[in-house]
Design a protein around this ligand. Structure first.
Ligand code: ADP
Ligand code: TRP
Length: 333
């Protein structure tokens, strides 16, 4: 077991999808064998965009169940809910004193959300990166398995850690994004525009809860064209995306066959998509079935959440005491 600590979180904003799986959860499942890991449902973060109380609980249970269905083992890791660990919001408050309005306003995710929800540009959105830094620093994590879209947030977490260390003395290691391959992953949407996402682009996103029929329908609708007319043509982005997905779930020789067909202009996109659809069904259906059997078992899920909370608070309370001491907030010792 390595000694570097791993932290990552997923917001409870809806159904998990292939992007969450290949960008984040696949790495969690491998890292749990090699590192001390803390994985959590970021329910406070979800309130910045999804404040409906009626949806919060089912969404939290869903994210927990889907993580376990993907192979996360609650015996091996601390699997918990962010709001069950009060040390996190306390560190968040302290880190907010080290975060500048200007840099928060410049964050891409803030600008994006300010544009998409102009009537609800709340302070939680603005300080999203400081809460995320608190999630990570509260366990002194070094590695954070996330998708490519989180790079900027990680960079900010490193800045806050450096600032804290500079002002109050060496306390936090600098957290870095992590992926077992070389680059961080971005799973594209099926319509060739942007990435798969929990809350946008639903028809072009493959969810881990999609039925076999829905998977087939979505894949068959993926954007293609008439096919290449010259040998060894450059692949358009949307075709490249289909191959990217295929490389994740299909056998290597199947992918090779279709790549060869593309280069030789004999490819039939209908066949390519049919193959991808069947391989996706084979990949997703066992996860869907397992998650469905766990999702409604609240007794089991509560047991896991409580055990996770205990492990997380044990680590978090130590780090929080140290941070308070360094800041001079330790009156009674
Ligand atoms: P979403 O963006 O769908 O709301 P989250 O923000 O909760 O999902 O992301 C949870 C994790 O999944 C993060 O590590 C994020 O980087 C990763 N992720 C989300 N979408 C993708 C994608 N399309 N490709 C790769 N990783 C992704
Ligand atoms: N911001 C992340 C996302 O949208 C979720 C998240 C919250 C997170 N806190 C975190 C990820 C801490 C890694 C570490 O995907």
């Amino acid at each position: 077991m390595n000694k570097e600590i791993v932290v990552s979180g997923i917001r409870s904003t809806g159904f998990l999808h292939l992007g969450n799986y290949f960008g984040a959860i696949r790495n969690y499942v491998r890292m749990q064998e090699e590192y001390p890991c803390y994985f959590f449902v970021a329910d406070y973060h979800s309130l910045t965009t999804h404040p409906d109380p009626a949806l919060l609980k089912p969404n939290v249970y869903r994210v927990l169940a889907e993580n376990i269905a993907c192979g996360l083992d609650p015996e091996k890791v601390a699997l918990y809910v962010q709001s069950d660990v009060p040390e996190i919001p306390e560190l968040y408050l302290m880190l907010n004193m080290l975060a500048y309005k200007g840099e928060l306003e410049k964050t891409a995710s803030f600008k994006d959300k300010a544009r998409t929800q102009p009537d609800n540009v709340n302070a939680g959105l603005l300080t999203y990166p400081t809460l995320m830094a608190a999630d990570i620093l509260i366990h002194k994590a070094s590695y954070v398995p996330v998708g490519k879209d989180q790079e900027q947030h990680l960079e900010m977490a490193r800045n806050f850690a450096q600032r804290f260390n500079h002002r109050y003395g060496e306390t936090f290691p600098e957290p870095h994004p992590f992926n077992f391959g070389s680059d961080l992953v971005k799973i594209p949407s099926l319509d060739g525009t942007g990435k798969m996402s929990k809350s946008e682009n639903e028809n072009a996103t493959l969810y881990l809860a999609d039925t076999d029929e829905v998977i087939r329908k979505k894949v068959m609708k993926a954007k293609t064209d008439q096919g290449p007319t010259e040998v060894n043509s450059v692949m358009p982005d949307y075709i490249e995306n289909i191959f990217l997905l295929m490389r994740l779930v299909s056998e290597a020789d199947v992918v090779k066959k279709f790549e060869k067909d593309f280069s030789e202009c004999t490819i039939r996109y209908g066949d390519l998509k049919k193959q991808l659809a069947e391989d996706m069904v084979r990949f997703i259906s066992p996860i869907r079935e397992k998650a469905e059997s766990i999702r409604h078992d609240h007794v089991y899920l509560h047991k896991i959440m409580k055990a996770g909370q205990e492990k997380a608070r044990e680590s978090a309370s130590k780090v929080l005491s140290e941070a308070r001491r360094r800041m001079g907030i330790n009156f009674y010792c």
